[in-house]
Design a protein around this ligand. Structure first.
Ligand code: NAD
Ligand code: IPM
Ligand code: MN
Length: 325
C-alpha cells in the first residue's frame, strides 16, 4: 500500500469521552506528521438525540468511500429497538477480525475476536415471557478468523483457541475449524474452555500469546485483559476486513468521567498507531508507540492509572516526545 498522503480517513468522534480521546489521537497524528484527509462523520447517541437516528444509510455509504475509519466511542440510546450503529458498521463493512493487543511491562498477548457472528448475529425473537438470540457459527467465519490469528501467531509463540464446546455444540465447529487452520499453517496451538481462560488471564496471563475466540467471549475477555494490564483506557483495537478497517480504543463512552478532562487517551492514540501501520506507515506507528511508552514512564498518567494528569497533559507529553525525537 502507498503512504498515507493520499488517503481519506473517516473520523467518528462519537459520544462521552469519544471526542476527548479522538482529539488527543489527532494531535498525536499531527505531531508524527501523518498526512491524510479527515472526513468527520457524526454517529452515535448525540446524533440520535438530535435526529432520532444514530447513523443514516448515507453515513454508512460515506464510511465505505473512505480508506478507513478512526473511531472514538459511542453511547447506546435508551430505546429497546435500537440496534448498535457500531455493530452495523462492523457487519456491513465485513470487518470480521477484531485485533486487540494487550501490552504492559511484562505482558504481551493479543486477543483475536471474531467480529460478525456468534451471539452478535442479530437474529433475535423478543417476547414478553421469552426471548431468543441465535448464536451463529459458520465454518467460513471460523476459518477466516483463524487465518488472521495464525498470521499473527506464525511469528510469535502459539495460538490458544478459546471456546465452550463442552456445552455449546456450535463451538465444536469453531474449535475444529480453528484447529484445522492452525495445523495447516504449521502454527502451534492449544485450546481452552472460556471459563478456564477467564481464570488463567488473571492468575497466569504470561502463559498467553495469541488467543482466538468467538464474538461475545472476545468482548468480555478483552475488558478483563484490559483490567489485567492496568486500565481499559490503555487498550486499542483494529477491526479488519479484507480491504477495509476501523480503529478504536476498546473502551466505551465512559459517561461517568465524560467532560472532566481526565479520560486516558492512550487507547485512542494506540488505535491511531495501528491505523498508521495499516496505512503503510509502520515507522510512524513505531514512533507513536515509543512516545506513549515514554510519556507513561515519565509519569504522564491519568487517574485510572493512579496518576493526576488530565487528558491534555498526557497528550502534551506524547506530542513533546515526538517533536524532540
Ligand atoms: P466504558 O468502557 O465506557 O467504561 C467502563 C469503565 O471504564 C468506566 O468506569 C469508565 O470510566 C472507565 N474507562 C473507560 N475508558 C476509559 C478511559 N479512556 N480512561 C479512563 N477510564 C476509562 O463501559 P460502560 O460504562 O459499560 O459503557 C458506556 C457506554 O459506552 C454504553 O452506552 C456502551 O454501550 C458504550 N460502549 C461503546 C463502545 C464503543 O463505541 N466502541 C464500547 C463499549 C461500550
Ligand atoms: C466493544 C463494545 C461493543 C461490542 C458494543 C458497544 C456494541 O463493547 O467494541 O467491545 O460489544 O462489541
Ligand atoms: Mn466491549
Amino acid at each position: 500500500m502507498s503512504g498515507a498522503g493520499s488517503k481519506k480517513v473517516a473520523v467518528v468522534a462519537g459520544d462521552g469521552i469519544g471526542p476527548e480521546v479522538v482529539e488527543s489521537a489527532l494531535a498525536v497524528l499531527d505531531a508524527v506528521g501523518a498526512q491524510f484527509e479527515r472526513v468527520p462523520v457524526e454517529i452515535g447517541l448525540a446524533r440520535w438525540k438530535r435526529t432520532g437516528q444514530a447513523m443514516s444509510n448515507e453515513d454508512l455509504e460515506g464510511l465505505k468511500e473512505c480508506d478507513c475509519i478512526l473511531f472514538g466511542a459511542i453511547g447506546t440510546p435508551p430505546d429497546p429497538n435500537y440496534k448498535s450503529a457500531l455493530l452495523r458498521i462492523r457487519k456491513e463493512l465485513d470487518l470480521y477480525a477484531n485485533i486487540r493487543p494487550f501490552q504492559s511491562q511484562d505482558l504481551d498477548f493479543i486477543i483475536v475476536r471474531e467480529n460478525t457472528e456468534g451471539l452478535y448475529s442479530g437474529l433475535e425473537e423478543v417476547g414478553v415471557e421469552e426471548s431468543h438470540t441465535m448464536r451463529v457459527i459458520t465454518r467460513r467465519g471460523s476459518e477466516r478468523i483463524a487465518e488472521k490469528a495464525c498470521d499473527l501467531a506464525a511469528c510469535r509463540r502459539m495460538l490458544t483457541i478459546i471456546h465452550k464446546s463442552n456445552v455449546l455444540r456450535s463451538d465444536r465447529l469453531f474449535l475444529e475449524s480453528c484447529r484445522a487452520v492452525a495445523a495447516r499453517r504449521g502454527v502451534l496451538s492449544e485450546d481452552m474452555l472460556v471459563d478456564a481462560a477467564a481464570y488463567n488471564l488473571v492468575v497466569n496471563p504470561k502463559r498467553f500469546d495469541v488467543l482466538v475466540t468467538t464474538n461475545l467471549f472476545g468482548d468480555i475477555l478483552s475488558d478483563e485483559a484490559a483490567g489485567v494490564i492496568g486500565s481499559l483506557g490503555l487498550c486499542a483495537s483494529a477491526n479488519l476486513g479484507d480491504a477495509r478497517a476501523l480503529f478504536e480504543p476498546i473502551h466505551g463512552s465512559a459517561p461517568d468521567i465524560a467532560g472532566k478532562g481526565i479520560a486516558n487517551p492512550v487507547g485512542a492514540i494506540r488505535s491511531a498507531a495501528m491505523m498508521m501501520e495499516w496505512l503503510g506507515e509502520p515507522e510512524k506507528a513505531r514512533r507513536m508507540e515509543a512516545a506513549v511508552q515514554n510519556a507513561l514512564a515519565c509519569g504522564a498518567k491519568t487517574p485510572d492509572l493512579g496518576g493526576s494528569c488530565g487528558t491534555a497533559d498526557v497528550t502534551r507529553a506524547v506530542v513533546e516526545y515526538l517533536k524532540a525525537f
